[in-house]
Structure formats: C-alpha cells, structure tokens
Write a protein that binds this ligand. Sequence first.
Ligand code: ADP
Ligand code: MG
Length: 825
Amino acid sequence: SRTRKVAMPVGSGAAEAAKRLKIIETDSREKLIPKLRVESRRQYLEKRKEDKVAELEADIIDDEYLFDENALTEREKRERQHKKQLLQLAVEHEKARELERIQRYHMPLEKGKTETESDKYENEAPQSEQSKWESQQMTSAVFKFGAQNRKNDKNHELLLDDEIEFVQALRMPGTDENKRLEPPEEVEKKKVLTTIEETKKSLPIYQFRRELVQAIRDNQVLIIEGETGSGKTTQIPQYLHESGFTKDGKMIGCTQPRRVAAMSVAARVAHEMAVKLGNEVGYAIRFEDCTSHRTIIKYMTDGTLHREFLSEPDLESYSVIIIDEAHERTLHTDILFGLVKDITRFRPDLKLLISSATLDADKFSTFFDNAPVFRIPGRRFQVDIYYTKAPEADYIDACVVSILQIHATQPRGDILVFLTGQDEIETCQEMLQERVRRLGTKLNELIILPVYANLPSDMQAKIFQPTPPGARKVVLATNIAETSLTIDNIVYVIDPGFAKQNNFNSRTGMESLIVVPISKASANQRAGRAGRVAPGKCFRLYTAWAYKHDLEDNTVPEIQRINLGNAVLTLKALNINDLVHFDFLDPPPHETLILALEQLYALGALNHRGELTKLGRKMAEFPLDPMMAKMLIASEKYRCSEEIASIAAMLSVNGAIFYRPKDKIIHADTARKNFHVPGGDHLTLLNIYNQWAQSDFSTHWCYENFIQHKSMKRARDVREQLVGLMQRVEMELVSGISDTVSIRKAITAGYFYHVSRLSKSGHYKTAKHNQTVSIHPNSSLFQDLPRWLLYHELVFTTKEFMRQVTEIESKWLLEVAPHYYKPRE
Ligand code: ADP
Ligand code: MG
C-alpha cells in the first residue's frame, strides 16, 4: 500500500535489497580499513579519544548484528578480526595518553642545538626519541630555567605542574646573516615607524616598485613571487594606481582566497591612501559589497570575481586583475586561472598579475604561456624550531600550556597560535583566560586576541594594534594568518599542525569538514611567521618524527578534493560545456566531475544532455551551493519562500548563533531549548529569526536570549540579498502557510542528497551509501531519533556528525526527487 512505501536510492532492485545492503556494507568496510591502517597524526590522536573507541565498538556491534559470522567470506572474516584489533589498539592508546601527561617537561630558555643534530631527531621514532631524551637530560642538553631571572623563576613555579618539553631540532636560517643575532628587545626599540609613509618605505617591495611597474607595462601577464609580508597585497595596487592604471576610470581588482583578508587588506589600503573604505578603495565578498562608483582599487574574494564573470564575461571594468595568494590554490582561484587566461587573449589591454608566496611560481609561469616571474627578495630572520618529545593528544590544552610557558620564561615578543576554527579558538581563549585569571598579577599582562573568518571587523582591527610596553600579545588564529594576514612583531609561533579542510569523497559523494594534518609546506610557512621582525622561535606541538613521516610535502589543491557542484554550475552558466577540456592548472579527478554533473542532473539543473535547464540558469543566479539554491527556488511551489529565505539566511551565517557565557551556561542552554520546535533545527532557526523580527530586530532581545546579535544582523543582510535575487529571477514571494510540512518538503527538494535513516541497530546510515553518521549533540533532535532525517552538513570531529537536521518522511523523497529516489516495491 502507499503508506508502506519506503524510498530507496535509484539502482536498488527490491529483490536485491538484502544483497545490496551487504554490498554497501562491504564497501564501507573496505573504506574504513585503509583509513585506519594509515598511521597518520590525526588517526593516532584520534584513536586516543574515548569517542573513537565507542565508535569502533558500535561499528563492530552493528556489523555483527547485520551479518552472521558463518555467512562471511574469508576476507570479510579477516576484516572483522582486523577491526577488533583496531579497537584493542585504540583502548591501549587511550591508556598511553595518561602516561604521556607525566612526560611533560621544560621549555628551553636558550638555543642549544645546531642544525647538524636535527637529522638525528627527525629520523628517530617517538619511542627512541624518548630514551634519547632521557640520556640527554642527564648531560643537561635540555635547558632548565636557571637563576638567570629570579622573578621569572618564581612565576614559573606556578606553572610547573603542567609543562611541555620541547627539543630544538632545526634552525631555519634567516635571509640576512648580519641580522642573525639581533635580540628581540632591540628590534622593538628600532621599530617605531611613526608615519604611514615610513612604514610603506620599510617594506621589502618598496625598493623594487619602479622595476615592478615597468615589468607590468612590458608584459601582459606577470607572475610575482615574494615572501609573505613583503607588501605584495597592500602595495602593488597602490603603485599601479599611482602609475596611471586607473586613469580611464577602470579598476584594479585583487582577489583573496579569504573573506577576512579581503576586508582587512582593503581597510588597510584605504587607511594608507587616506580615503574612506568603500569609496576609492573597497571590497566585495559574498553577500556584502562595500564598493561604490568611485572605487578604483577593489579587493574581493576569488569566489566573487568568479561570479562577476556571469554579469561581465570580459571583465571590462578592470584594467588590472591580480590573482593574489595564488599558492593557496582554492577552488575558485584555480578556476579563475583558466578564465582569466582565456580573457587575456581577446583583451590585450588587460594586465594580469599572479601573485604567490613561494614555490609555485614556475608552475604558474608554465601555465600562463611562460610568463616572466618577478621575484621580490624577502627578508627573514632565523627561526629556531622546536618539537615536542611525545605526541600531544589534546593540542588545545598543549597550546594553553605552551603560551603560558613562553609568557613566563621567554623574552619580549608576541605569540601567534594556529588553531583550526572558531570553536577551537574560543575554547583555547576561555581556557587561557581562566588560567591567567588564576595566576592574577603574578604574570605580566597577556592580551588575547582571536582571528577567524566570522570575526566582526572591529575585532579584526585589534590584532594590528601595537602591544603596549610590558604586555604581550597572543593571537589565536586560523590558518588565515599563515600567509593572508601579516601581524607585525610576532616572535613566537605555536603550531599544533592541524587545519580544517573541506573534503569530498567522490566514491560516496559525501562532503565533510574535517580537521587534517597540515603539509610540510604549511608548517614551514607558519614557522616563517616568527622571523619577520627578529630572530624567532616556532614550537611545533608534534614530534620531529611526525613532521618527517606523517606530513605530506604539499597541500592537495582544493579542486582535487572538494565537491565541484557549484563550480560546474557557474561554468555551465558561462557556456563552458566541455569541462573535461577546460584549461585547468591541475585537472580535478574525473569521478568528481561526473559526480557534480550527476548531482546537478538530479537537482534538475542539467538535462540529460548535460545542458543547463531553465531551473539551472535560475540556480546559477544565487551565490549558493546548488542544493541551497534549489531549496530556495522550490519554496515558491510549496508556498513558503519567505520562510525558506529566512532559513537559508540563517544557515549561511556559519558563525555561532548562540553564545554560552561560562557563568551562565544553564541559562543559555535553557534559552536555547526554548527555541526548539517540533520538526528539527531548520524550523528552530526559522523560529529564532521570526521571534527576533517580531522584537523589531532588537539587540536587547538577543542579549536576553543568549543569541549573538552580530550573527543575526548578518542573517538579516543575507536574507535581504537573497530576497533581492529571488525577485530578480521573478520568483513570487509567498508566506504564511501554517503547516511545517511544506517548509520541510521545500528543504528536502534541495537537500535530498543529505538524507539518513535510522537503522535497526539504532545508528543513522546515509540513504545512498550506508555510511554511519550521528546527530550533533547541539541539535534539537539529539534525543528524538526520528526514522528519516535530512541534514545540512556533515562535520567530522570524533565521528561524522550531521549538523542542522530536520525530520522528514521518506515518501517526500519520491515526490521531490524522482530522478534520484524510486519506490521500493
Ligand atoms: P604580502 O601580501 O606580501 O604578504 P602585505 O601587503 O599583506 O604583504 O603586508 C604588508 C604590511 O602591511 C605588513 O607589515 C602588514 O603587517 C601590514 N598590514 C597589512 N594589513 C594590515 C592591517 N589591516 N592593519 C595594519 N597593518 C597591516
Ligand atoms: Mg598578501
């Protein structure tokens, strides 16, 4: 009967259902095993976590529930055995973690080892590093805090119970031998550049400005390579403006991979040129255009320029395009390479600059028909690199300890810490504040400043303010501070060795945000940040062995590891149909391209010949993921476009909506629960938005309800833009339906790829590939366990968590995605 119909992904015959289930299980099993066999840093740390143990346990129970031992092939039996061994291993690692805490020791006060010793460390496994350390300890090769400074020594006792031991394994040489031994104190005295003019002249690029402008005049395409902080991003557009490249009213456009960088750099340049931000100098990022008809220098994200091609395919309003931070190799930057290369052929007046920190210049040159490379000699002081003795399982805690160790024992100079995201930064900040508070006045002032993508701009500006005498600044940053932003006076870098990455599994079509080990190239960029103003120190919270053996040489470009849905949609909208032969610097994997095409087909954006449909053209108008664009457009049919616009806006504010002040956690959590409505998180977000709107967008209301006013304001801005775009594609704005079914159906119409169902064992499995996923503890449905769920995104921390989930009915899937789901007979 109709009610018993259950949706199954296309390709599954009913007769084969049981068999299929098994095939998928086998698939996921194959996937799991190589994943765990590789002893990468992350997995090593991962296995220490109790959650991981629990997950492995659950997986084995699941497996045993579904498949009888007798029915397994030999290979499957071995795999099951292997899983059990992994579990055993994970339990043991958990125990070892306790042991490791005891092994923490001192931070060296002075440099001790020379480069020649570094190789020894890097080639030794952690165990032998340990024994080596013990013997060195005896011969005092590791430095203790001496009587050199009694005051420090006294402070230090307070921290002694919790310290990390570092070994120096390497010295990254500086670029100028004369500056090698300059102590940080002297640099600080010297570095009082008062005027903007002086500061500009002090940048390495300044000496080369004439040659650079001449090279740009002489060549249509120029690759510029220079050490981070040499002045490429802030100075080159100004030099070009001064040299007349904006005379005819055309703009100099400069792309940045990150939003914060675009905003911050634009603010800086406006300040240097003494103009109001948004007038002559402006920026454009998704959902925010801070430019005017007067703008001649425009900073923007690479995604924004990519979208500008849709409205202005020849980029007529620009005289110069700078693709900056090209080495970051984001998806949009990579696609821009192909697009701008094409344009230079029919716009000989357009100048194209590709600017990159290091290394890749020759590769860019080859791609751009052997364009000349202009190298700006950098300037850097030596940086001593320290590694931990043993792996640190809790790297946030290790950061806090290291910061305090530096603060208590090391000479002047600010600290830069690399964390993976806002949540980690906030945790670290809280822990640090708590520790500092307990230490009271025994330590000098420590100014703690966070930097991440969603940080309001007034807070961003703070990181650039000079540190008052006597105080020390510690900047907690995402890898935005790796190359995009340069903060002066950093002398110490703490690098836990991780970054957040968007990853896409082309086999399963699953996309998820995960924390991964950084590459050696990144690690070295990070270390380099310590040597800009004085000889610096970089503390890596991993072992020399891990550096050598666990870190890849280079980061894989985004185009080869993320979902291409949005990129393919915009390219199709630019009439680039033959994607296989598009001029890619590094082509994406074939299967990823196919998957993106399949997804767009299932969403109705492409027809069976792979051409853009009317719906697809509409979807391309939205600067959104294709799924979200589809959801918005479908909302018209379900008579709830106003509601869906609010939901889309709330989902797009990827910063936190709620805040939980430490002293009011219970109040905050109650307030959050009061917003919960039946149906799930999407409806809860709508509820929050509507209540805020009813309060007349009141700040006070936010405050009372523990809601972040800044996030809500942003949601309102985003919503306005979305509504504008909806009107542009001539959608009818309707609202007021009282049942939530229509709203949830409209969401499903976009997100039917992101569906999971409750399995008999009590775990959620994704509909298409039977991967185990869990409801995020923050969800309103965390304890409900409905049969079918739709999720907004997957985030991998200790396991795959579904974030923002909504309860759906399986029969809706047949209604909204007949291409993709078919009924089970
Ligand atoms: P590059 O692009 O070569 O890495 P930048 O042009 O970004 O170099 O940086 C040059 C200088 O400008 C650095 O010393 C940096 O500290 C300074 N700077 C950049 N942005 C800001 C800002 N928002 N406020 C203050 N100083 C800044
Ligand atoms: Mg730059």
